[in-house]
Ligand binder design. Structure first.
Ligand SMILES: [Cu+2]
Length: 241
């Protein structure tokens, strides 16, 4: 009699300990599981520690249709970890953010994702870099990285663009709205249609037929100002904020 009583009590103790160790951590909820999952992906599978609980990733989905990005103005905080998804909801588009080294391309109806940490404050214009049709040059936007005080860095008053056989280099610029901006443009000998730079919405057309530098100035309103080559194949953007 006594022996079986001990066995029953022993079993209860074992079951109680088992419940505490296995059942309770699961009740921790999806948030802790998510954080651990992100942490593991982030650092190549390092063991999740207390730091995993503090890690958060900002999810941003940009929907691309013919011919715009939604949203096109994105604000993030300096130091923030961002997961950027391009969702091609209509047509085939890409997002290029040269100053952040981001290059996403997705087929029609597909999505592509990239993760990055928002570095120095500033505006990082982006554009579609897959020729998608008549409104291709309209597909622009900007990721603005703000510091804790809401500032977004310095902006130059001159942009220097080179026309090349592969398009404009650089293709994105960030400037101050309402301040005069000078565009200096020169093209390589084999630049083809990129020997001409057309600033849309203005009468500015800069030609560099033999490598010479052509210049023009304008006062940008806040927003994105696209420029294209003669055929509209190659595009760039001057983002003013
Ligand atoms: Cu496009």
């Amino acid at each position: 009699m006594e022996k079986s009583f001990v066995v029953v009590v022993g079993l209860m103790v074992v079951l109680t300990i088992g419940f505490v160790f296995f059942a309770l951590p699961k009740a921790g909820g999806p948030s802790s599981e998510k954080a651990i999952g992100l942490y593991a992906r982030d650092s190549g599978g390092l063991a999740a520690g207390p730091a995993a609980q503090q890690l958060s990733v900002r999810e941003i989905t940009v929907e691309a249709t013919n011919f715009k990005f939604e949203p096109s103005q994105i604000k993030v905080r300096q130091g923030e970890r961002v997961r950027l998804t391009l969702k091609n909801a209509g047509g085939t588009h890409g997002i290029s953010v040269p100053s952040l080294g981001i290059d996403l391309q997705a087929g029609a109806g597909e999505s592509k994702t990239v993760e990055f940490t928002a570095g120095k404050p500033g505006s990082h214009p982006f554009l579609c870099h897959l020729f998608c049709g008549s409104g291709h040059a309209d597909m622009t936007g900007a990721i603005v990285v703000e510091d804790a005080q809401g500032n977004a860095g310095e902006s130059p008053s001159e942009v220097r663009v080179r026309g090349t056989a592969n398009g404009f280099s650089p293709s994105t610029f960030s400037v101050k709205a309402g301040k005069p901006v000078k565009i200096s443009f020169s093209a390589d000998g084999d630049a083809g249609c990129a020997k001409l730079l057309v600033l849309r919405g203005t009468d500015i057309k800069l030609v560099s037929a033999n490598g010479e530098t052509a210049e023009a100035s304008f006062v940008p309103a806040a927003g994105n100002h696209a420029f294209t080559c003669a055929m509209g194949m190659f595009t760039g953007v001057i983002s003013a904020s």
